[in-house]
Design a protein around this ligand. Structure first.
Ligand SMILES: [Zn+2]
Ligand SMILES: [Zn+2]
Length: 474
């Protein structure tokens, strides 16, 4: 598959950049920045990691804006010392995704070789329009012509604040929806929103009861780009709580799910990538980095830890939920059922601080202890993972609330994008909303925010259970 490209800008840098570049006098301006790399399976993203504003004598804004050699040299030194890539940014006096003038191309082409040589990463060129929409391209060494650098346009630029705002490259990601089938959805939030939802790439990690319903809801809503990540097989016991068919028993869940949403989808062109791996394995991990948003539909501590890391390290927001059912001692009577949904990532409390998993249990799972009957003997299993007793109405409510969290995050009705953690108490029928959570002062995850592959830790590893599941299917 041809490589795809994207950029993520954390909001604190977006604020500095647009204030500098979109001048009150209407003139164009420029500056440099640095980025961390994020290597997905099919997509390479740059994560903006610092801004290098010009000193008074480093650029000329009269007439056509231009920079002096000393500014470029200083920016290269900064990128090099940070071990990061270099970004050159400028503004245009019109809105939307921007093309490049002849002068733009010449300037970036000239900087590309020295940038690559000094930093080891390709130059990233970016342009901002008057509506704060970003456009971007990477300058990679040509595979065909020696000493030539070629321009690789990004498919999107994602600005992450409480809201996820994505500018799509219309030439690469063409909106895909059927206006007839989607008439009622479009009239709810307009064509522009529907276009953007249809181009967003959604990763669903875990296709159990919640994950499979999330996939179905999204497909009916007009989402069309999916990455399904699950190593497991469809079993007889899954049929009462998922959209799978009897014939699917024995198949990998990812392929059965692809068929299921092909039946449900309203978009005329579905693009589904099936990843028959755990997110804790390298292939599952890198596939998740191709996504714009992740749904965490797993009930184990290790995958939750990996997803938590991705949402901060790679700035891909993750939507997670959990169900807790309590019954009396001999399981004959329901005492309580509560479920929580929340979105984690940039500026929000993390899954660990929200109490959704414990690092100690993630380590036990990674070491195989949670699947060792000898180790678990005599211990209370609910200490290590969520209990599996749940029923379809609970799962479907969690799935629906999770999709609503996605809509808040991306559509932000009335400007409200962060609705906090929601908890439903089934017994009393109450829905609570809590925005007071914060990460603990010594939480690890804020420290790797936006570091991407430069975070210096490897969260994936071998996963014997996933390997065995694939082996058995063969
Ligand atoms: Zn320009
Ligand atoms: Zn935390």
């Amino acid at each position: 598959m041809k490589a795809r490209y994207s950029v993520v800008i954390p909001d604190d840098y977006h604020q500095v950049l647009h204030k500098h570049l979109l001048r009150l006098d209407g003139r164009e301006d420029l500056c440099f920045a640095t980025y961390n790399p994020s290597f997905g399976l099919n997509r390479f993203s740059g994560i903006i990691s610092s801004v290098i504003l010009p000193e008074a004598d480093e650029r000329e804004v009269h007439g056509n804006v231009s920079f002096k050699a000393n500014y470029f040299e200083r920016a290269i030194r900064v990128a090099r010392s940070r071990k990061e890539g270099l970004v050159f940014l400028h503004s245009h006096p019109v809105p939307g995704w921007q093309g490049m003038s002849h002068d733009d191309i010449v300037a970036e082409e000239r900087m590309a070789p020295a940038t690559k040589a000094a930093t080891g990463f390709p130059l990233l060129g970016m342009t901002i329009g008057t509506d704060q929409a970003w456009s971007a391209r990477f300058w990679n060494k040509s595979q065909i012509e020696k000493r030539k650098y070629e321009r690789n346009w990004c498919e999107s630029v994602r600005v992450i604040s409480d809201k996820l705002s994505i500018t799509f490259n219309d030439n690469m990601l063409i909106p895909s929806f059927d206006a007839g089938k989607q008439l009622r959805t479009i009239s709810a939030w307009g064509q522009k929103t529907q276009e953007d939802l249809s181009r967003m790439r959604i990763g669903i990690v875990g296709l159990g009861s919640v994950g499979s319903i999330v996939a179905e809801i999204l497909a009916r809503t007009g989402f069309s780009k999916f990455v399904f990540i699950d190593f497991d097989v469809v079993e007889e016991k899954n049929l009462d709580r998922t959209v799978f068919l009897r014939d699917d028993v024995g198949r990998a869940k990812v392929f059965a799910m692809k068929d299921a949403i092909s039946r449900a989808a309203t978009s005329p062109s579905l693009d589904v990538q099936c990843v028959e791996y755990s997110i804790c394995e390298e292939r599952g991990f890198t596939a998740s980095l191709d996504c714009d948003v992740l749904f965490s539909c797993v009930d184990r501590p290790w995958p939750r830890q990996v997803i938590n890391f991705i949402s901060y390290g790679h700035l891909i927001p993750a939507i997670d939920g959990g169900i807790l059912v309590r019954s009396n001692k001999n399981n004959t009577r329901l005492i309580g059922a509560d479920w929580k949904v929340h979105t984690v990532g940039y500026g929000r409390p993390c899954l660990e601080c929200l109490g959704q998993y414990k690092t100690s249990n993630a380590i036990l799972e990674k070491d195989g202890k949670l699947d060792d009957p000898g180790y678990l003997q005599g211990l209370d299993r609910s200490q290590f993972q969520e209990v599996h007793e749940n029923v379809f109405p609970f799962s479907s409510n969690v799935a629906s609330l999770e999709v609503l969290q996605l809509l808040s995050l991306t559509v932000a009705p009335s400007g409200l994008s962060n609705i906090g953690q929601q908890t439903v108490h089934f017994v009393t029928g109450e829905l609570e909303r809590d925005k007071s959570h914060k990460c603990d002062a010594n939480c690890f995850f804020p420290s790797v925010q936006g570091k991407g592959d430069s975070a210096g830790i490897e969260v994936f590893s071998k996963h014997p259970i996933a390997e065995k599941a694939r082996e058995v299917r063969k």
